[in-house]
Write a protein that binds this ligand. Structure first.
Ligand code: GAL
Length: 648
């Protein structure tokens, strides 16, 4: 580890079975020894509360802690997170472990932080047990106060779902293969699941903090390509520093996707540096096909996380296991041993991170962009609902497409939670934000009225935060701000004999969803309509597709259909051109601002060589890149990185 420059280890995450081999037996000797060895070697320990997975004896004596699936099946132990977030029995054992660990290590100088649990919700995000039911009823009571309010919010008059007391409230369990869940109830169940896990986190944290008040606590979020499953905007206040696990998705968009996930994490970190708690040196082993990283990507990815605001770079796992489910997951020290490409690159990364730290990077923060793409967990949950006009929606997916389109246009946007304060941005983008509370809709309207610029995409602002459709024409909650009114949705798919895409008069193409806009306000200008044979076939010819409305001192764009990445980039180029820089779009640039210096980061997003000009400051770190002629010009190879520093 010293050879690789490792200075922090996250330890004992799944070690409960080793620490407490049976109910009345505790064994800390091995852990003392490991912590001591690391500490004396100059390596700090981020010590886990070790509660992520219980030992087998606990499952045997208390099978009632096991979660239940939607169809009533009990989850078997043997993997991870096989426990009910709402089980008082599990909580008692888990908090006992937290106390024992905190008591033992509170004064240990090598333990510098607490790693609470691990990836909350990875395997127990949805639990349909009796404990969950009990807790859900309490949650509903707290949210609604009266049963009438709940009936109203859930629209229970539909399909005779009225309940007369909170004791009659049920979980949205499997109801038969053709059954459809009440979307309002399902949305609340999603919220409840996130809250139940957050409460569990808080109990663990508070138990540890009571005994060991001086060491910071974190828990690793999972903002990544495929998931952003918890309402992390609601969690981030509860951690002393944000940490995130990010696993790459192989393919052309690998770097872009990493930057997009990190953009959200950086916003969650509330202006403070954060921690990459886990990522991989190369392939994982849990996908159907597990591609390795290409040469250069190990270091490029790590430095890209740093460029987006991370101050610590951890990997799962240190030594590649020889047995168990993760034996083929990459690591820092691979099966091949220290004489290996990966370990050499890990050592090189250690040097690189030291160079950046020595240059004073740590503590500096990511500079804000002018545009913010808004993200909201409620909207992500809502777009995955099975009773919408199309089941192909995902808010998070569309956030990523917009993010990438900005990069394609040589510009960059931040990704900001809806409930944050985004009023300082010039431009906000709302991709597929299906749900909005009335208050949020008002906040958006006054942002535009006061001079802001809004871009709202299809399926935005259709329903309120109870999942009630706002009446009077779509998109009910933003109709006035956007200056449009629609009456129907046109949904495309692979329908035999029907066109599966529709052209727009400006050359764009829609492939999924078109709002049938029937009128636009006098203050609005139609920028594109549907046109061409497919539009005629679908009776969309001349229907407004992209509209710009003047609203107060600001402007609001309405994009009434889904667009692909290149069309969105075309939209950014033409309509948001003030955000577009003259830089080569094959290179992405970020800046971290520190007290003493600013740090500029450049990454080659393409397979080709790219050249950057007028680079400010002195080179601090060049990777797969060279200075050309003068120091302000650099050539970057594939996966190339340039970092420069300018004193303030
Ligand atoms: C995470 C988990 C790690 C490891 C890793 C593999 O979900 O926290 O323990 O399993 O994934 O990619």
């Amino acid at each position: 580890m010293r050879q690789a420059g490792v200075n922090t280890v996250s330890l004992a995450i799944f070690s409960w079975g080793r620490i407490q081999p049976s109910e009345h037996e505790w064994d800390f000797d091995w852990l003392d020894c490991v912590i001591d060895k690391l500490g004396r070697g100059g390596i700090a320990v981020d010590l886990a509360s070790a509660t992520a997975t219980a030992p087998m004896w606990l499952y045997e004596s208390h099978p009632e802690v096991l979660p239940v699936e939607s169809n009533g099946d009990i989850v078997n132990p043997g993997s991870r997170q096989s426990w009910r977030p709402t089980s008082p029995v599990f909580k008692r054992y888990a908090l006992q472990l937290c106390s024992r660990l905190a008591e033992r290590y509170r004064d240990n100088p090598y333990v510098t932080a607490w790693h609470i649990n691990n990836e909350y919700g990875w395997n127990n995000r949805y639990d349909y047990s009796d404990d969950a039911l009990k807790a859900f009823r309490i949650w509903c009571r707290q949210r609604y106060g009266s049963i009438d309010a709940l009936n109203e919010a859930w629209g229970t008059a539909f399909w005779a779902q009225q309940v007369h007391s909170f004791e009659e409230v049920i979980l949205p369990k499997h109801m038969g293969s053709d059954a459809m869940v009440n979307p309002s109830q399902q949305l609340d169940f999603e919220r409840f699941g996130s809250d139940a896990l957050k409460d569990f986190y808080k109990s663990e944290r508070d138990t540890i903090e009571r005994i060991c008040p001086d060491k910071p606590c974190t828990t690793n979020f999972m903002v990544s390509t495929e998931q952003c499953s918890m309402d992390y905007a609601d969690w981030s206040d509860e951690v002393d520093f944000v940490s995130n696990d990010h696993y790459f998705t192989a393919g052309r968009s690998h770097l872009d996707e990493l930057l997009c996930s990190d953009a959200l994490v950086d916003s969650l970190a509330l202006g403070k540096p954060w921690y990459v708690m886990e990522h991989s040196t190369s392939a994982v082993q849990w996908k159907p096909l597990n591609s390795r990283k290409r040469a250069g990507e190990l270091i490029r990815d790590a430095v890209a996380h740093v460029a987006m605001g991370a101050d610590a770079i951890n990997y799962f796992q240190w030594r590649q296991s020889s047995a168990g489910a993760e034996a083929f997951h990459s690591s820092m020290l691979p099966h091949a041993g220290a004489d290996s490409k990966i370990f050499r690159e890990v050592c090189e990364l250690g040097e690189a991170l030291k160079t950046l730290a020595d240059a004073g990077l740590q503590g500096s923060v990511l500079e804000e962009s002018h545009a913010a793409i808004l993200f909201d967990a409620d909207c992500e949950w809502a777009t995955r609902c099975q009773t919408l006009p199309s089941t192909s929606l995902s808010h998070w997916h569309d956030v990523r497409t917009w993010y990438q389109a900005f990069l394609d246009s040589s510009s960059r946007a931040d990704v900001v939670p809806l409930r944050a304060d985004w009023t300082g941005y010039d431009t906000i983008v709302m991709p597929t934000m299906l749900l909005l509370s009335r208050q949020e809709a008002d906040r958006i309207a006054s942002f535009v009225h006061g001079g802001g610029r809004l871009v709202a995409s299809y399926a935005t602002g259709l329903a309120d935060d109870r999942f009630h459709v706002a009446l009077g024409g779509y998109p009910g909650l933003l109709r006035e701000t956007l200056g449009v009114r629609g009456e129907e949705f046109n949904i495309l798919g692979k329908l035999e004999g029907d066109p599966d895409d529709v052209g727009l008069s400006n050359g764009f193409t829609s492939r999924l969803w078109e709002n049938v806009v029937t009128s636009v306000a006098q203050t609005a200008r139609v920028l594109a309509t549907y046109s061409g044979d497919a539009a005629v076939d679908w009776e969309l010819d001349e229907v407004p597709a992209i509209v710009r409305n003047r609203y107060g001192a600001g402007s609001a764009y309405y994009i009434g259909c889904d667009l692909g990445r290149s069309d969105i980039a075309g939209f950014v180029d033409t309509e948001l051109h003030d955000l577009v820089t003259a830089a080569d779009n094959r290179v992405v640039h970020t800046r971290r601002r520190g007290a003493q210096a600013d740090f500029d980061f450049y990454f080659n997003r393409s397979k080709d060589k790219a050249t950057i000009h007028d680079v400010p400051g002195e080179a601090v770190f060049l990777y797969r890149a060279d200075a050309v002629d003068s120091s302000a010009v650099y050539a970057l190879d594939r996966s190339g990185v340039v970092v420069t520093a300018s004193s303030r």
